[in-house]
Design a protein around this ligand. Structure first.
Ligand code: HEC
Ligand code: HEC
Ligand code: HEC
Ligand code: HEC
Ligand code: HEC
Length: 435
């Protein structure tokens, strides 16, 4: 990572550099004090000592004993939130202040605080801002930096380790490292500390809008006491440490399945089996609809997500296309809808529209056109990480996967109404809506 011009100038401008004379502990304290003064979404996780009995905090080290959990986490998006994410790396470069004259601000330090979230993972720490501007961080080298841990991105230690203690759901297991009960580990606070941020920095033409936490709070899932972990970390009965004389326990998988669009073409094979475990957020069907000119619509029902469909990054969207064919197989109608939030990014960031679907609610795509008595309707739905313009702008072809089809079905509409002929989704090919 390149050091910004601003920081370099500051660093060498005076011969009286206060940080050069500080001990490692004093540097850490200065960084902690700075981060504490910022809103929560600009803070990394505090520095943690290495728990007694462990050589380091790396996931691979945890994986020597917690092998099954490690293998799951390794293919999760959390493990791939840094170098494996070509979109993130491209955006990080453009956020680092020395990319070109159009991007003079360095806001990369904020990105890293969530994508490589522990202070132990940061190459440089921020101890202040020049003139209080978020785009002008004052950096010092981090004496506690572990480069291999940085590559782990959102790692075991992010959720489980603090002050040299390993926090777990029990806190009383006989482990070769100190353990304690992690109160916030099991509830939504753990997830929401990263999955909820609404911040606008107009001077930097930067916005963070992802509100999964707030969306969940108003969902039927939350009302029913269902947290993020209940859907994203399904339960399993097994030993949590292999090679030890410990009982099988009721515990949780660590894949963190979401949209299940792989972050790189090479990851497709590993990700594919997870789709039948997690499924997608919405179910699609052709239904009668008084408000549709033809009397029929495609219903997109956010049946399974505990938040908006789609949630998260503002670029995420879903395209649904319905094609109507007559008895000869001729196309007689075509309708489509894009489900997502649409922003204008330049010259100012502005929300233009947002038709994402609340948990438990539906969006209807009316089927239009002049049809004969009996037709067949083909419905195809695809989810995207970003709009094609952004994909092209970041030059991601071959290095990133932008979308995946998650539903394809064929229906017959005749005097009897709408009947499903065949459906293919995350759960396979069949002739019923039931998975
Ligand atoms: C330290 C910050 C942090 C914490 C804590 C965190 N996440 Fe994440 N999560 C991220 C980031 C960053 C990504 C996206 C990485 C990327 O796309 O490069 C992500 C991705 C995901 C995805 C996958 C989205 C997709 O691409 O399909 C899911 C699902 C998810 N997180 C759920 C959770 C749950 C559930 C918890 C709590 C148990 C949690 N996260 C805790 C930062 C965090
Ligand atoms: C995004 C947060 C997050 C990350 C990253 C994460 N975990 Fe977990 N872990 C949890 C949560 C939440 C639980 C489940 C608590 C419960 O059972 O309700 C859990 C449970 C566990 C347990 C089970 C303890 C028991 O007795 O059931 C172990 C062991 C564990 N994690 C180890 C790891 C290891 C090793 C890694 C990295 C390879 C890892 N975790 C990564 C959040 C995380
Ligand atoms: C040398 C083997 C070993 C290593 C390395 C190791 N653990 Fe453990 N850990 C265990 C054993 C054994 C248990 C107890 C399991 C049981 O009783 O079911 C345990 C328990 C846990 C628990 C559950 C604690 C509780 O009581 O709720 C968590 C969480 C956990 N480890 C996380 C980690 C993390 C994160 C790392 C890496 C930073 C790690 N472990 C490294 C062996 C290890
Ligand atoms: C009732 C189950 C449920 C609950 C509760 C839930 N989710 Fe999800 N989540 C899903 C499903 C299903 C998807 C897949 C959506 C899709 O089809 O892409 C998803 C997708 C995601 C994604 C990926 C973005 C996307 O649109 O694909 C993230 C990130 C995420 N969830 C985070 C969270 C967080 C954080 C919480 C808690 C605040 C949470 N989820 C609660 C079911 C749930
Ligand atoms: C408050 C924590 C936080 C900060 C700060 C943050 N991110 Fe993220 N980022 C997330 C989470 C959580 C996700 C995953 C879920 C989602 O898609 O919303 C994510 C996902 C992403 C993705 C993947 C989007 C996708 O559709 O797969 C990219 C790229 C990204 N972030 C870039 C950045 C950049 C660049 C910055 C700094 C300008 C940044 N992030 C700052 C938490 C953060």
């Amino acid at each position: 990572m390149a050091i910004t011009a601003v920081a370099v100038l500051w660093w060498w401008s005076g011969d009286d550099d206060p940080f050069a004379r500080m001990s490692d502990e004093e540097i850490l304290a200065a960084a902690h004090a700075f981060y504490e003064s910022r809103p929560y979404f600009e803070r990394p996780r505090p520095y943690s000592e290495i728990p007694a009995g462990l050589p380091d905090l790396r996931a691979e080290t945890c994986g020597q004993c917690h092998a099954a959990i490690y293998e799951e986490w390794k293919i999760s998006t959390h493990a791939r939130a840094f170098r494996d994410d070509a979109q993130f790396m491209a955006e990080l470069e453009k956020s680092s202040g020395d990319y070109d004259e159009h991007h003079p601000d360095d806001v990369s330090w904020m990105c890293l605080n969530c994508h490589t979230p522990m202070i132990n993972q940061l190459e440089r720490l921020v101890v202040g801002l020049e003139n209080g501007e978020i785009g002008k961080p004052i950096y010092v080298d981090n004496p506690f930096f572990d480069p291999e841990l940085q590559d782990d991105a959102i790692s075991c230690a992010t959720c489980h380790v603090q002050d040299g203690v390993v926090y777990g759901p029990r806190g009383d297991t006989d482990a070769p490292h100190p353990v304690a009960l992690g109160e916030d580990l099991m509830n939504e606070n753990n997830c929401v500390s990263c999955h909820q941020a609404e911040a606008h920095f107009p001077d930097q033409n930067l916005a963070c809008f992802f509100t999964t936490g707030a969306e969940w709070e108003r969902s039927p899932a939350a009302a029913a006491g269902q947290g993020c972990q209940d859907c994203h970390m399904p339960t399993v009965h097994r030993k949590v440490a292999e090679g030890f004389d410990v009982p099988e326990r009721e515990t949780r998988h660590h894949w963190f399945g979401g949209s299940l669009i792989p972050k790189h073409p090479d990851f497709e094979e590993e990700i594919a089996p997870l789709r039948a475990i997690f499924g997608s957020g919405a179910s699609l069907s052709v239904v009668t609809d008084e408000e549709s000119p033809s009397g029929y619509s495609v219903r997109v029902y956010n049946e399974f997500a505990g938040h908006l469909f789609p949630t998260g990054d503002p670029e995420r969207h879903v395209d649904v296309v319905a094609r109507i064919f007559d008895g000869e197989g001729e196309l007689v109608g075509e309708d489509e809808v894009r489900i997502g939030s649409i922003y204008e990014w330049w010259p100012q960031i502005r929300l233009i529209s947002d038709n994402r679907i609340e948990a438990g609610e539906s969006l209807y795509l009316p089927l239009t056109g002049d049809w004969p008595e009996a037709v067949e309707v083909e419905v195809v739905a695809e989810k995207f990480r970003m709009h094609q313009e952004a994909f092209d702008y970041h030059d991601l072809e071959g290095r990133y996967v932008n979308s995946r089809e998650f539903h394809r079905s064929r229906w017959r509409i005749d005097a009897e109404g709408a009947t499903l002929l065949v459906l293919e989704d995350d759960f396979g090919r069949r002739d019923t809506l039931e998975p």
